[in-house]
Design a protein. Structure first.
Length: 341
């Protein structure tokens, strides 16, 4: 006999789902029985649309005042690519001399190449100062022109800069990044990478113009004994003191760099070979006179020095100049150290 269909009474009644009341955390967690009971719409949903639900609160972002823009020139192309110069004067001189506020050590830049003038209205005017190789803005040679943020400024054949108005924090970061890429973190001197690039540039200029170029390579004698006897912190202190001493000995146009470990190099331009030797002897005697305090002791150091000039190298090349200085440095060590060869 066929079975009759079930009556609707056998099926449960469908109850609309209602949003439960959020638990009151101050009273603890409710029991499972009470949590399963349907609840009336709470008062906090009275003014809400049926489809809206309350989400987690998101704190408002803090309001930060925009920092004041700072005018800067950033080197895009040239030996000092990445270097940032802040134009913080009413008149800023660009050049390769001591009187220049932006001292660009590039052989194609004149000693007083150009200047940037800040007007009372906050505009920036670039003026060429009769430079030998000219000043260009966005590829056009100029005598006097107003700069706009983003303009490319070329001084001479090989130096390209960009003028920009940037936030103060961006300016500080740019300075920090450039210093980190060209400076030795321990001594504050130029690093080996920069010294190599600079030596290549100076060699090219000396070859093109027939000028003099010398190299002084020196190494601390028995430096390993300092690390072994007093620790690496003492060794670091010795390196910093020696670097600071030699920095006071050389000329402002000379380039002093940490070449690696306890080895340093000085690029010397424009003086004869005999006078390069005089400079090397001044470096040696200055280090010998140092008294370096360390805890309850006083440390003494000496250096061995090798000297070479481009005029001695046949054929002339960067590698030959470095090789001659390096060979003479090791000869100075072999002859008893604390001497110039």
């Amino acid at each position: 006999m066929p079975k009759s269909p079930p009556s609707t009474a056998e099926f449960p009644r469908v109850v609309p789902i209602r949003t439960p009341t959020p638990p009151d955390l101050s009273r603890g967690v409710e029991s499972a029985d009470r949590a399963s009971e349907p609840a009336a719409a709470p008062e906090w949903l009275a003014d809400e649309r049926p489809t809206q639900r309350a989400g987690p609160s998101v704190p408002a972002a803090p309001v930060v005042a925009a920092p004041q823009d700072v005018p800067v020139l950033t080197v895009l192309l040239g030996l000092h690519a990445g270097q940032v110069f802040t134009l913080d004067r009413d008149e800023t001189i660009l050049g390769r001399g001591r009187e220049a506020h932006v001292d660009i050590d590039d052989v194609g830049v004149s000693r007083r190449h150009a200047r940037v003038v800040r007007t009372d209205a906050g505009r920036y005017l670039l003026e060429d100062l009769g430079s030998a190789n000219g000043t260009f803005v966005n590829g056009r040679k100029v005598h006097r022109v107003e700069l706009a943020s983003g303009d490319r400024v070329q001084a001479g054949p090989g130096l390209v800069l960009r003028f920009r108005l940037v936030a103060a924090d961006e300016e500080a970061l740019a300075h920090k990044l450039y210093e980190g890429s060209t400076r030795d973190a321990l001594t504050g001197l130029y690093n080996r990478k920069y010294a190599g690039e600079r030596l290549a540039t100076e060699f090219a200029y000396a070859q093109r113009h027939g000028t003099l170029l010398g190299l002084v390579l020196f190494d601390l004698d028995h430096f390993k004994r300092v690390n072994d006897s007093f620790g690496h912190l003492a060794g670091d202190g010795v390196l910093r003191v020696v670097a600071a001493q030699v920095k006071t000995t050389i000329r402002s146009e000379d380039v002093l760099a940490r070449y690696g470990g306890e080895e340093f190099v000085v690029l010397v331009r424009g003086i004869e070979h005999r006078n390069v030797g005089v400079l090397a002897e001044r470096i040696r005697s200055g280090v010998e006179r140092l008294s370096i305090p360390w805890e309850s002791r006083t440390l003494k150091m000496t250096v061995s020095v090798g000297v070479a000039s481009l005029s001695e190298c046949r054929p002339a090349s960067v590698d030959a100049l470095v090789a001659v200085a390096d060979e003479r440095l090791y000869r100075a060590k072999a002859q008893g150290r604390n001497r110039v060869c």
